[in-house]
Design a protein around this ligand. Structure first.
Ligand SMILES: Cc1cc2nc3c(=O)[nH]c(=O)nc-3n(C[C@H](O)[C@H](O)[C@H](O)COP(=O)(O)OP(=O)(O)OC[C@H]3O[C@@H](n4cnc5c(N)ncnc54)[C@H](O)[C@@H]3O)c2cc1C
Length: 254
């Protein structure tokens, strides 16, 4: 029993590419999509900051137009940047209008990660011993362009998040079904399945997973409903935590 590992190119393939298809110029699509499709360009996501996690509109990383290059100069800090150490490029949400607050005055910028002295990536060591997450420090880093135009960053960022929380998680349900199968098998093997409460909880997990799948299929053909992907995210996040708790109970002290 094992599901295939997550794809290294996930962020470029499933998050950036559909965003470029919706908001990017023809030139941006021609330049950035083929290397993503070929697996040659790995991207990372520069949204979260120490003071802007759930409250993403609190972003403080700034970007000022660079009149000589037509790009932007980026200064600030990101955190929880998955796979940043391996990434070739980063899309960054930054404040381009210095006087702006909250969701206004933000821009969605693209930058090359290979800028020694201007970009520093510091891995965050996790309890597991691995370092999927990183802190990323921008000190006058050069961003080449915006996607969707200066000041429209919030709209583009939310368009991307709708895909991240929705369609991009579809394959995850296959892994969830397999994990549930392992927990059911463990419950049968350990005798925990004799307990009617455990049995009811296993059935509930199965029914909720089936509901998630139907919700996903229902939303596949719809566009412009920003609520649907958020519902999906809420469903799977809680579901997976409850499966973990159930697995611990089924396995018992062992
Ligand atoms: C697997 C994984 C990969 C990630 N990869 C990336 C990435 O590549 N790039 C990136 O930019 N970010 C990434 N993140 C970060 C993530 O998207 C969130 O920004 C971050 O986890 C939430 O911010 P925080 O950790 O500062 O928590 P906080 O926002 O500080 O939240 C802490 C707690 O407070 C609660 N809370 C917050 N606001 C409220 C409120 N108003 N009312 C009630 N409760 C509240 C939250 O529910 C939570 O329990 C990743 C996260 C995970 C788990």
């Amino acid at each position: 029993h094992s599901t295939a590992p997550a794809r290294m190119g996930h962020i470029g393939e499933n998050l950036l590419a559909p965003t470029l298809i919706t908001y990017g110029t023809e030139e941006q699509k021609r330049r950035h999509l083929p290397p993503v499709a070929r697996g040659e360009a790995l991207w990372c996501q520069g949204y979260s900051e120490p003071g802007a996690g759930s409250d993403l509109a609190g972003i403080r990383t700034t970007a000022t137009p660079d009149t000589t290059t037509g790009g932007y100069t980026v200064t600030g800090q990101k955190i929880w940047t998955s796979l940043a150490l391996d990434a070739d490029f980063c899309f960054v949400l930054a404040r381009t209008d210095p006087g702006s607050i909250r969701h206004h005055g933000l821009s969605f910028l693209l930058l090359d990660m290979d800028q020694p002295g201007r970009i520093e990536v510091r891995p965050i060591r996790q309890l597991t011993g691995t370092s999927e997450f990183n802190e990323v420090f921008f000190d006058g880093a050069r961003a080449t362009e915006t996607v969707g135009g200066e000041g429209n960053g919030w709209q583009v960022a939310m368009g991307l998040l709708a895909r991240e929380r929705g369609v991009s998680t579809l394959a995850q349900q296959i892994g969830f079904a397999e994990e549930l199968g392992l927990v059911v098998a463990a419950a049968v093997a350990s005798g925990a399945a004799e307990d009617p409460v455990i049995r009811a909880r296993l059935v509930r997990q199965w029914a909720e997973l089936d509901t998630m799948r139907r919700h996903a299929l229902r939303t596949l053909g719809t566009t412009g409903d920003p609520g649907a992907p958020s519902v999906a995210k809420l469903l799977w996040g809680g579901w997976h935590q409850r499966l973990g708790e159930l697995a611990v109970e089924v396995a018992g002290e062992a």
